[in-house]
Design a protein around this ligand. Structure first.
Ligand code: SF4
Ligand code: SF4
Length: 66
């Protein structure tokens, strides 16, 4: 499973990128996305997704719909 960033909610603050243990948060032309191929939901590293912990916008980072 992986998380995804809701583009309409994201303010491009950049806070999520440095806390990702798998370097899955990408930014291209100022648009932040999560690489679903490498996002682990932080399972191997912590109890909860670190990107969600630091994101200042509620419901901006959510589980990727299957
Ligand atoms: S859930 Fe964890 S591994 Fe996935 S993008 Fe967020 S910080 Fe990175
Ligand atoms: S922390 Fe949230 S608002 Fe900031 S860039 Fe990441 S997803 Fe967007």
């Amino acid at each position: 499973m992986a998380m995804t960033i809701i583009a309409d909610e994201c303010t491009a603050c950049g806070d999520c990128k440095p806390v990702c243990p798998t370097k899955s948060i990408l930014v291209r032309k100022g648009v932040f996305t999560i690489d679903a191929r490498t996002c682990t939901e932080c399972e191997d590293d912590s109890d909860e997704p670190q990107c969600i912990l630091v994101c200042p916008v509620d419901n901006c980072i959510v589980p990727l719909a299957a």
